[in-house]
Ligand binder design. Structure first.
Ligand SMILES: [Zn+2]
Ligand SMILES: [Zn+2]
Length: 384
């Protein structure tokens, strides 16, 4: 498949400014974001293209390489790659299930406190990862492995942003204190030095691998432990697993947003579960035992008293969801649904007719027999 032009994907001209590109990207990315177009494969495809195009064009060096060599600049092992790259391997674009975290960095980094200003060291952005799990997973809890592509601490300079052999030098603005003082009315206000971001040091020779940023884009594999009892919308915070900070700044956090797919048998209500169980007419009339399933596949026996009606509820204690951050479990509510017999043989029909004749409806079916007298009372009330 031939690749589309990156500028064309963003709907921008070749001489567009970095700002224009950013605006174009944000607008289109919002439009095609998978969260806004659930299940739409073409939107997902567009969103990937956008991400890939912008990932190149937002970076001055990559953009220059692209302008000169086109897509060949980024092909693995291709001859057209410009020298001085990232220690072999070329630029990587990872759009596995974790790839969408990038976009949240781009779009929501501002709100989540991730953006830094100027050349200062800064905290890495928080990342969001959307994970879908089943009700069974939520019932039992599970271990999961996820892949997240994000800015990670640069391996060449261990995140310092300094080229090997280069030494950090005392910041000239704060003279190494990391803090500057300003007079505001009567008060002297101390704040982090804007030049060095409070570190007290700047770097004379920046790391060539990461351009002094102290971080580079990498895909990481993380193990996530999902506790039993999580619900739709539960967030799991993985402290320090977000985007690496720039120039050794603190790492952001990774938030896993869980969504639980609806189950075809069990409905959830907080920590309780509800299930409708059909029971044969004879069991409902004569009484007996039925088996009721649990989410984990086990079964429980429930006693059905004689004369059980449809929609009668039974409660099985502690057979519901585990209580997240608490003890014990919720309950399982079983709703009996009495099944009217179908496909009767001649003999069965005879027996039921005999059954009908053997008693009176007022006695065996008081609800049905008494129904119209109740309706009449209601009509009489209305007439008054
Ligand atoms: Zn580096
Ligand atoms: Zn400083």
């Amino acid at each position: 498949m031939s690749k589309r032009d990156f500028y064309e994907i963003l709907g921008a001209s070749r001489d567009a400014s970095a700002d224009d590109l950013k605006k174009a990207f944000r607008k289109l990315a919002m439009q095609h974001h998978p969260d806004r177009n659930p299940g739409d494969k073409s939107a997902e495809q567009k969103f990937r293209e956008l991400n890939e195009a912008y990932d190149v064009l937002k970076d001055e060096q990559k953009r220059a390489a692209y302008d000169r060599f086109g897509h060949a600049a980024f092909e693995q092992g291709g001859g057209g790659r410009p020298g001085g790259g990232a220690g072999g391997g070329g630029f990587e674009f990872n759009f596995g299930s974790g790839g969408f975290a990038d976009i949240f960095d781009e779009m929501f980094g501002d709100f989540m406190g991730g953006r830094r200003g100027g050349s200062a060291a800064g905290r890495g952005a928080d990342l969001r990862y959307n994970m879908e799990i089943t009700l069974e997973d939520a019932y039992r809890g599970r271990q999961s492995t996820i892949r997240v592509a994000s800015l990670a601490s640069c391996e060449a300079c261990s995140g310092s942003g300094a080229e090997r052999g280069a030494k950090p030098i005392a910041c000239t603005t704060c003279r190494g204190h990391g803090k500057v003082r300003t007079q505001q009315g009567f008060f002297t206000v101390e704040r982090a030095c804007p030049n060095c971001g409070g570190r007290g040091q700047t770097i004379d020779k920046p790391c060539r691998t990461c351009d002094g940023e102290g971080r580079s884009r990498r895909e990481r594999t993380l193990n996530v432990s999902i506790p039993a009892g999580v619900d739709d919308g539960t967030r799991i915070r993985l402290a320090g697993e977000g985007e690496a900070g720039s120039r050794g700044g603190p790492t952001g956090d990774l938030y896993i947003f869980l969504s639980v797919t609806p189950h075809n048998l069990f409905k959830r209500d907080g920590n309780d579960l509800h299930v409708r169980v059909p029971i044969p007419m004879t069991t409902a009339a004569l009484g007996g035992t039925i088996e009721v399933p649990s989410v984990d596949g086990s079964r429980s026996k429930v006693n059905i008293p004689p004369g059980t009606q449809s929609s009668h509820g039974f409660r099985l204690r502690s057979k519901g969801m585990a209580i997240l951050r608490g003890q014990g479990r919720g309950d399982l509510f079983v709703e009996a649904v009495v099944e009217t017999p179908v496909n009767l043989t001649k003999r069965q029909q005879e027996l039921l007719r005999e059954f009908e004749k053997a008693g009176t409806a007022e006695k065996t079916s008081p609800e049905s027999a008494g129904f119209f007298s109740k309706v009449k009372e209601l009509w009489d009330d209305l007439r008054e």
